[in-house]
Design a protein around this ligand. Sequence first.
Ligand SMILES: Nc1nc2c(c(=O)[nH]1)N[C@H]1C(S)=C(S)[C@@H](COP(=O)(O)OP(=O)(O)OC[C@H]3O[C@@H](n4cnc5c(=O)[nH]c(N)nc54)[C@H](O)[C@@H]3O)O[C@H]1N2
Ligand SMILES: Nc1nc2c(c(=O)[nH]1)N[C@H]1C(S)=C(S)[C@@H](COP(=O)(O)OP(=O)(O)OC[C@H]3O[C@@H](n4cnc5c(=O)[nH]c(N)nc54)[C@H](O)[C@@H]3O)O[C@H]1N2
Ligand SMILES: [Mo]
Length: 766
Amino acid sequence: MSHYKPYNGPAAGWGALISVTKNWLGSKNAMHNIRAMLKTNQDHGMDCPGCAWGETPEKGLVKFCENGAKAVNWEATSRRVDPAFFAKHSVSDLKLESDHWLESQGRLTHPMRYNAQTDHYEATTWMEAFQLVAQHLKNMDSPHQAEFYTSGRASNEAAFLYQLFVRAVGTNNFPDCSNMCHEASGIAMAETVGVGKGTVEFGDFEHAEAIFVIGQNPGTNHPRMLEPLREAVKRGAQVICFNPLKERGLERFQHPQSPLEMLTNDSEPTNTAFFRPNLGGDMAAIRGMAKFLWEWEKEALANDGPAVFDREFIAEHTSGVDEYLAILDDTSWQHIETQSGLSLAEIEMAANMYRKANSVIMCWAMGITQHQHSVSIIQDIVSLQLLRGNIGKPGAGLSPVRGHSNVQGDRTMGIDEKPPTWFLDALEKRFQFNVPREHGHTTVEAISAMEQKQIKVFFGLGGNFVQAAPDTPRTHAAMQNCDLTVQISTKLNRSHITTGKEALILPCFGRTEIDYQKSGKQGITVEDTFSMVHMSYGQLKPFSALMKSEAAIIAGIAEATLGKQPVDWQWLVEDYDRIRDLIADVIPGFNDFNQRVDQPGGFYLGNPAAERIWNTATSKARFIPNKLPETLLHNKITSTGEKPDLILQTMRSHDQYNTTIYSLNDRYRGVYGMRDVIFMNEADIQRLGLEHGQKVDINSLWDDGKERRVNNFTVLSFDVPQGQAAAYYPETNPLVPLDSYGDKTFTPTSKFVAIKVTASQAVNAA
Ligand SMILES: Nc1nc2c(c(=O)[nH]1)N[C@H]1C(S)=C(S)[C@@H](COP(=O)(O)OP(=O)(O)OC[C@H]3O[C@@H](n4cnc5c(=O)[nH]c(N)nc54)[C@H](O)[C@@H]3O)O[C@H]1N2
Ligand SMILES: Nc1nc2c(c(=O)[nH]1)N[C@H]1C(S)=C(S)[C@@H](COP(=O)(O)OP(=O)(O)OC[C@H]3O[C@@H](n4cnc5c(=O)[nH]c(N)nc54)[C@H](O)[C@@H]3O)O[C@H]1N2
Ligand SMILES: [Mo]
């Protein structure tokens, strides 16, 4: 039964334990999964396929995380999607099922080939599958007629082989999940501090005097982060949240490993201050903080008072400060206040907390990266940090908290549509072939190219492209223009049934499975959000003899397409040490890879900015004077002539992993048994003449003549700031226009959708 009952308990604690126990007990493999789970994130154990948060491995201590447990349990299910399943269900029938239903059917077991005549997938052999892909790739007029997508769970070994294969085919068409995720962080940070990755290590959280958590919901998406937040509050550090929603995990946390808290049902706060900006209002808020600091610094200079800025750091390590301070002067308080949605008193309070801390970490995630001006927002975060020398000292730095467990490693391995020249040079030198130099497609560009029928082959290394991407009906249609679609996957999803003229499903091992190759049991490596590279060994016996590892599948396709060029693919896959030796040859920081990664906890890749080495255009950390946008409404919204009722953000529930829906519940937000809901402020509900519980249709505004709509959503009265709404992804992806993406990033603006909400037509008619 679907219902809505606000939740007042803490995050984690009993609720988490009960939720996971229920899940485990519901599975036939409960004992196996528990055994695998016990070794998660331990030495010679398995890297959790959940999020990219890292930690120092402490022997014998299980880091309990509800959503990690769900991810493991979901992968290690005893249910199977085998040839009999596909014989029973035609592709057209499967299209009628929900995303939740599709993935719940179990693990993919056999390589399957789509038969358009019968509209069914039928079992094929690996050899036939490899040949089919090779034949299509060889028949293209140009290597740029294929798109090679990657989702961030792929191991370093698989990702390295994949990019080598694709570049040997001749293209940089690497759309990836990063394009929809932390792309802005990479771009903004590379320009300003010379490296597109976080500058903090796990241990820095223990030394920070203030931690800002901006546009992130760690209680659900990075649960292991709650512990350092709680610890920080306990030892008197400030934890300052910027989030329009009062997310439960950002308020209270009950440590599942603390018997006392569990027994007394006690919980600890995870923040010391909470600010609720407008969607997209963070740049104005951060700029306001910087402007306060600048005012105080001017006073200090005038009165010979103690410095507010770190003047030495600015002089020695930065460039562009004058232009930046000039733009602070040029930005009006009024503009800051209206755009941020915060009062100047609130911004001043945040600025004061910032100023009083001698070391500050800034964390952020999708609430920051999925806007049109995301690069500017992040560059203002960087500038604020530079003003007080908060980069490259203990307890301070920049921490874009990554999503998928190996999304950061995949980029390091070269999954990049705009690879740096040094990388391509190194590849060319090592493998002696002409690597393509032309930039390839991002996810959004790939969809446009498919829409224009320029693409013949779509290849997916994991993920669920058609549901993760924006403008759902348009993306689905674009995908179906391909001659061949290929998905390497663990579970059935909508991307498998949104086929090209021909289609293949290639089942692979997940992180949980033991991977045997000719030389024996293999480990794979991953890189976490703190640039720690470590080994992961699967713990469970693969349940189908026909599944292969991602690396083995790529090698098979590469060999069928290119023969033994530029490497002997099969030989490499016999022992992943050989792949790691190649990685060590090409990518800086991976020297003696096999020896170093064998240490407990792996090794730190290093980060030049953390050592105050700035690989930027000026060889300094750069203040970039970006203009605060006049208005956050894109001109393609204003030119429709219509005024949006609300600005919508699309986000994750507690029981989903991106497009994978574990259940229809969202415990911390009090929602049970439903996902087609829209969270609205009571005042907005009344203003629009609606009622709590009513069914509504939602359409989005974008001036391109196309209608974007989802119907029959239930209105929930919720504590969201006025003028804003929130709803779940991927159900609301049809509302996100393909052409509404971030400047420089091509990241869909999933946290800023201008919508109209009207009483549901279907219900009125009935
Ligand atoms: N269990 C689980 N774990 C996951 C995932 C999952 O789906 N499930 N996904 C993984 C992936 S790929 C990623 S990228 C991460 C995502 O991790 P998050 O970024 O935490 O994911 P979202 O659910 O998109 O939450 C965005 C948060 O930002 C807030 N927000 C939205 N817009 C704004 C804004 O304009 N300003 C501010 N200040 N806040 C805003 C929202 O209220 C919400 O709290 O999690 C990873 N971990
Ligand atoms: N509106 C809106 N859209 C968004 C977002 C948003 O916040 N709002 N967030 C964006 C973000 S941050 C991201 S990262 C993307 C996510 O986009 P994707 O990474 O493409 O999507 P996932 O849902 O993580 O992919 C799930 C599928 O991956 C496969 N899979 C799982 N484990 C493995 C494995 O080990 N190997 C292989 N080969 N396959 C595996 C399974 O078949 C499963 O069905 O979505 C983006 N889209
Ligand atoms: Mo992500």
